[in-house]
Write a new protein. Structure first.
Lengths: 112, 114
């Protein structure tokens, strides 16, 4: 069966510091991968998605970037965090044909 | 523009009663719909999905109803249990895209009273 892991689960970072959140998927090949952010108001905002290695699409302009160095690895990064980057970040995957998206357990980021 | 929204932000039900969570969508081209359950501090969990060629689909204690005429989606939970307390999201997508990008509603909080 497929599983998705993301880490760290919680992170407290000072403003201006870098960020790296990692996500890996197991049990499937060539998945579509996603990064979502969920602010305190509960809505899920799609940040990035990737349909293959090195292929990244950004949905919203922001202080973050994403990379996919391997088929089942997706990384969310920032060079300098802002207070507004605080939130709950969710990695997700779907099969190549898309549609149903399965989420990881999330990473809580607090920028102080 | 596209939007998926929920009629009620919070729903409170008695344990054992049936729950109905509603969702409206605005894009008539949407052909795939999903319900997710999100418990506090966790990622959303897939509950049930439905394609636009169906108007009803049943799972274990859950039923999704789709009314394409009025662009309305609902999730029915039978014999609601305390473990059902969570935020429920509906989401929709277009089959023409293989990226699987979903548009999410804002969520309804379900509170189950013992």
């Amino acid at each position: 069966s497929q599983t998705i892991h993301q880490w760290p689960a919680t992170l407290v970072q000072p403003v201006g510091s870098p960020l790296s959140l990692e996500c890996t998927v197991e049990g499937t090949s060539n998945p579509n991968l996603y990064w979502y952010r969920q602010a305190a108001g509960r809505g899920l905002q799609l940040l990035f998605y990737s349909v293959g290695i090195g292929q990244i699409s950004s949905e919203v302009p922001q202080n973050l970037s994403a990379s996919r160095p391997q088929d089942r690895q997706f990384i969310l990064s920032s060079k300098k965090l802002l207070l507004s980057d605080s939130g709950f970040y969710l990695c997700a995957w779907s099969g190549y044909s898309g549609n149903t998206i399965y989420f990881g357990e999330g990473s809580w980021l607090t920028v102080v | 523009g596209e939007s998926v929204g929920l009629h009620l932000p919070t729903l409170s039900v008695q344990e054992g009663d049936n729950s109905i969570i509603n969702c409206a969508y605005s894009n008539s081209a949407s052909d795939y719909f999903i319900w997710y359950k999100q418990e506090s501090g966790k990622g959303p969990q897939f509950i049930i999905d439905i394609r636009s060629n169906m108007d009803k689909r049943q799972g274990q204690r859950v039923t999704v109803l789709l009314n394409k005429t009025v662009k309305h989606l609902s999730l029915q939970i039978a014999a609601t249990q305390p473990g059902d307390s969570a935020v429920y999201f509906c989401a929709e997508s277009h089959g023409s895209s293989n990226t699987g990008k979903l548009i999410f509603g804002q969520g309804t909080t379900l509170q189950v009273k013992p």
